[in-house]
Design a binder for this molecule. Structure first.
Ligand code: BG6
Length: 629
């Protein structure tokens, strides 16, 4: 999830106005940034890029202005702030990217899935690549198609692209245009007074115009200083002259933005935590994009290709992580043992480091970390590296220390997570662990049929999570009913025991209530002593292999006048007879059920925190990433 901004208008615009717009998108990605603008005096495009926060780019602009003793202004111009997916965060991989003729300059938000194939074909045409990004392929492709008309070149190039994009392109040889296109990544056009802006979301341009047109998937916008036209990228009207449909201008509705800047950045939600919970369906989509091969019942994980052979020889996996990521590891243990047949141990970074783990060359150690910077996890990573075993990683931050120090790994690709309590990344970590299970399982005993079954079920997950999120009002009502209780118990069995402790952690993190997660079978060995009408329980009772056991645990609680909120599978009428409140979720494979069961627990915790009036984005005493031991 990157942020892009573009401008074209009657007058040259001071570059700082573009920079201010970009700063309002910094929450979308902040590992590098850049700009490009057409300088009519020089008849060329000036491009500046910088690694790190946007403030580094600002310094570069100041230096250049001092050198040239003149204010920087241009028309058109494009800006970008990056959240790396392909290629580590550095100046070369920062956007804009350009072709070898320095004619085409573009900024991109999304993933070009077939960039490796495109790069091969373009290299044969003599294109020289300077970055590790997927995006650069697009600049060269448009450059190759360019015959003087920018939108024609963009249209032809996008026909060959597989993946997602929000795109803004300018050209030295067709300078009077800003061309934008969208496929899945958000992009809008803001209509100002004699000027037009392009942006990933309204927060960037609200200060300049509240009149916006949201581009739809498959649309291309051609904007000049006098106006704009929006077309369908692909549609050809049947039976008419081949290009007729293509040039048909689309009528686009102009919307008036009422939201405040803060609201826009939070996507209309009151807090980033809520925004990120509602991004959980997309987190699954982005974590599986280009990785599911249904017909082979298999999974493609590019980041593991270099160690594919070593992974075949692995006979044991140790999963090491901290906080929420630790609970993802616990779910991974169940998945990998049951479906890939590999013995798994799970540990926290701080314990793994100081105990004496028995690890041999047939063991791989898998580190999971949203930030890739958690000191306890990194210290444990270096411990395993010292022993020369295969060290793997799952992380959300491209180029993070963990990503650099592991032998191989898988990125979550679920965009920046701002709220301290990890939500969408947890869902993505579970999804990636399911992918890894299929990947390793299919290297071993897992059948084509089972592989296909799991892949098909993974494909259904985003829609199922969306369905769960539609119950937000019910979950809020239940949160309002229980937020005054001083403590809560979370119960689950098998795959959903870790889900229960994740639910308890989320409630602790953002509501400061005492919450305990416990394997339901363990309750009778101790915790049941706490059960009474003042200590409610959230019980995960899905229609799976341990359903009957969970029901008897709920009955044990009801026998002691305990209140029970049950998480159940759609269609389960029985549970209503014993639980005080029920939240239903769609059916899926038991191994995937924690991915669906976690969302209502995340929402419940957020709503309890809000009922108690707390800032659920920045809970007390916590940090997003603890980089000290
Ligand atoms: C804590 C965060 O500091 O670190 C948690 O508050 C997170 O949300 C934990 O789960 C581990 O962080 P990471 O980045 O290693 O997954």
């Amino acid at each position: 999830m990157c942020g892009i901004v573009g401008y074209i208008g009657k007058n040259n615009k001071n570059i700082y106005l573009g920079l201010e717009a970009l700063k309002r998108l910094e929450y979308r990605g902040y590992d590098s940034s850049g700009l490009a603008f057409y300088d009519p005096a020089k008849k060329e495009i000036v491009c500046l890029k910088a690694a790190g926060r946007i403030s580094s780019l600002e310094k570069k602009i100041e230096t250049k202005e001092k050198e040239e003793k003149k204010e920087m202004s241009g028309n058109p111009f494009i800006f970008h702030t990056r959240w790396a997916t392909h290629g580590v965060p550095n100046e070369t991989n920062a956007h804009p990217h350009f072709d070898n003729q320095k004619n085409i300059f573009l900024v991109h938000n999304g993933i070009i899935e077939n960039y490796k194939e495109l790069n091969k074909a373009l290299a044969k045409k003599g294109c020289k690549f300077v970055s590790e990004t997927d995006t650069e392929a697009l600049a060269h492709l448009i450059g190759c198609f360019f015959k003087g008309n920018l939108e024609e070149a963009v249209r032809k190039a996008l026909k060959m692209v597989k993946g997602t994009y929000g795109l803004a392109v300018i050209s030295k040889d067709d300078p009077g245009k800003l061309v934008a296109a969208r496929n899945s990544s958000p992009l809008l056009l803001a209509v100002g007074d004699g000027e037009f802006w392009i942006a990933s979301d309204p927060s960037a341009v609200l200060a300049y115009s509240k009149k916006v047109i949201f581009l739809e998937d498959g649309e291309i916008a051609v904007i000049t200083k006098d106006g704009f036209s929006v077309y369908d990228l692909s549609r050809n009207v049947a039976g008419s002259r081949k290009n007729a449909g293509r040039n048909q201008k689309k009528e686009k509705e102009i919307s008036e933005i009422e939201w405040s800047l803060e609201e826009v950045q939070k996507g209309g939600h009151s807090h980033f935590m809520l925004k990120e919970i509602f991004e959980e369906p997309d987190a699954i989509r982005n974590s599986t994009r280009g990785r599911l091969i249904e017909e082979d019942g298999a999974v493609k994980l590019g980041g593991l290709e270099t160690v594919e052979k070593r992974l075949r020889e692995i006979e044991r996996i140790i999963i090491v992580s901290c906080g929420t990521a630790h609970f993802a590891g616990l779910v991974g243990e169940y998945m990998l043992e049951e479906y890939a047949g590999i013995p798994v141990e799970v540990d926290t970074g701080s314990e793994f480091r100081y105990r004496k783990p028995i690890i041999d060359k047939k063991t791989a150690v898998l580190y999971i970390s949203q930030s890739g910077e958690t000191a306890d996890t990194l210290a444990a990573l270096r411990e395993a590296k010292r022993k020369g075993v295969l060290v793997l990683g799952i992380t959300n931050v491209v180029g993070s220390t963990q990503a650099r120090e592991t032998d191989a790994g898988v990125y979550n690709h679920c965009g920046p997570e701002i709220a301290v309590a990890s939500t969408k990344t947890f869902i993505s970590q579970l999804t990636v662990l399911a992918l890894l299970t299929v990947y390793l399982g299919r290297q071993r005993e897992m059948s084509l049929v089972m592989g296909r079954r799991i892949v098909q079920e993974i494909k259904k997950l985003p829609k199922s999570v969306e369905k769960i999120l539609e119950q937000k009002d019910l979950i809020r009502k239940i949160a309002r009913k229980y937020y005054k209780f001083p403590s809560m118990l979370f119960l689950g069995r098998k795959y959903n025991y870790p889900t229960a402790i994740e639910g308890a952690l989320k409630l602790k993190e953002v509501s400061y209530l005492h919450a305990e997660g416990c394997p339901a079978g363990e309750m009778k060995h101790g915790i049941i002593a706490l059960i009474n009408e003042k200590f409610p329980t959230f019980a995960i009772c899905l229609s799976d292999s341990v359903y009957e056991k969970m029901i008897s645990n709920v009955e044990e609680i009801k026998a002691r006048k305990g209140l029970v909120i049950a998480l159940a599978t759609e269609g389960d009428k029985e549970i209503r007879k014993i639980a005080d409140d029920v939240i239903y979720i769609p059916k899926t494979l038991e191994m995937l059920s924690p991915i669906l069961a976690s969302t209502p627990l995340h929402l419940f915790a957020a709503y309890v925190g809000l009922e108690k009036g707390y800032d659920i984005d920045k809970p007390r005493n916590l940090a997003k990433s603890v980089t000290v031991e």
